[in-house]
Design a protein around this ligand. Structure first.
Ligand code: SF4
Length: 67
C-alpha cells in the first residue's frame, strides 16, 4: 500500500508519528512528516490508515486516496 504526505498541507502536528511511529517520521528542520517508506508493509497498513484519519490537516493519502 502506498502512503504519502502532502507537504503543502502538513503542519507538523506530529499526530501521525505518534499513531504510527514506524510509518511516519518528522523532519528535524521544519517538523513536517514524511513516510519512512512509500510502500507500507502489510503489517503496518492498519496503523498507516489510523494515522491518516488522525491527521487534522488531511495531509496523508493512503492507497492512492486522500484521507
Ligand atoms: S498529523 Fe498530519 S499535519 Fe500532523 S505531522 Fe502528520 S501529516 Fe503533518
Amino acid at each position: 500500500m502506498k502512503v504519502r504526505v502532502d507537504q503543502g498541507r502538513c503542519q507538523g502536528h506530529t499526530l501521525c508519528a505518534m499513531v504510527a511511529p514506524g510509518v511516519f517520521e518528522l523532519d528535524d528542520v521544519d517538523g513536517h512528516a514524511s513516510a519512512v517508506e512509500e510502500d507500507v508493509p502489510a503489517t503496518r497498513e492498519a496503523a498507516a490508515r489510523r494515522a491518516a484519519r488522525s491527521c487534522p490537516e488531511r495531509a496523508i493519502s493512503v492507497g492512492g486516496e486522500a484521507s
